[in-house]
Design a protein around this ligand. Structure first.
Ligand code: 13P
Length: 258
């Protein structure tokens, strides 16, 4: 059984005050470790420490939204993996579509970041997903294969155990348009087959594949109920406990057997 991971990507949102308040509510909602569900919050860099302080003692993990691949040094404006680790992060989101398509990150850059995060002892949440035009052109699986080939380049099976995948179709991010459970399942199944080919079938069964893109309380259960959907990477709905906690609850219900 794969443990559900319900992750909040706060993106470039919240203030110190609102982020800390949200963290307090999340810590209360996920106070104790649960066998079936893991919860993760990824605030903006400047709020990692105060948010982490509020999460301390709860079961909510802390994650960063990116990290640079170089060791500390002369890289103005960048943040090293060991810095986010020092702030208490266990996870780092990498290759998010906004970094790929707004900041122009390539698969090669993302691969360097994935390797740096793993060698720093953290878990990478590697995001992949196609544009609407690519889906309409029937290229979804080819795009996913390219992003997986790039992201996992040079990574051994034991290193790959520190990667969680997030399938985030770009057309579903922040649009209110969600992939249907069938569309999500089909992409997730494709990603798991890629893992089985690249590594082996037993390993592919252990990897968690999250879905992201307009996940809300009212669609969470149908998405998370798919056999290859092992969690959610939530943007907008992660910014308020009232909209995020019901997604955690949907996972709890499914983990408990529906
Ligand atoms: P939304 O949930 O706002 O669509 O964002 C999804 C996302 O990009 C999470 O990383």
């Amino acid at each position: 059984m794969r443990r559900y991971l319900i992750a909040g990507n706060w993106k470039m949102n919240t203030t110190r005050q609102s982020g800390v308040a949200l963290a307090s509510e999340l810590a209360a909602a996920a106070a104790k470790e649960e066998a079936g569900v893991e919860v993760l919050a990824c605030p903006p860099y400047p709020y990692l420490l105060p948010v982490g302080e509020k999460l301390a003692g709860s079961a909510v993990r802390l994650g960063a939204q990116d990290a640079y691949f170089e060791a500390p040094g002369a890289f103005t404006g960048e943040i090293a993996v060991e810095m986010v680790k020092d702030c208490g992060c266990q996870y780092v989101i990498l290759g998010h579509s906004e970094r790929r398509h707004v900041m122009g990150e390539t698969d090669a850059t993302i691969n360097r970041k994935v390797r740096a995060v793993i060698s720093g002892g953290l878990t990478a949440v590697l995001c992949v997903g196609e544009l609407l035009s690519e889906r309409q052109a029937g290229q979804t699986e080819a795009v996913l294969d390219r992003q997986m080939d790039g992201g996992y380049s040079g990574i051994s099976e034991s290193e790959a155990a520190s990667i969680v995948i997030a399938y985030e179709p770009v057309w579903a991010i922040g649009t209110g348009v969600t992939a249907t459970p069938e569309q999500a399942e089909s992409a997730h199944e494709h990603l798991r087959k890629w893992l089985a080919r690249r590594y082996n079938a037993a390993f592919s069964e252990k990897v968690r594949i999250l879905y992201g893109g307009s996940v809300k309380a009212d669609n969470a259960e149908s998405l998370l109920g798919q056999p290859n959907v092992d969690g959610a990477l939530v943007g907008g709905a992660s910014l308020k406990a009232a909209t995020f906690v019901p997604i955690i609850e949907a996972a709890r219900k499914l983990a408990a057997g529906g």
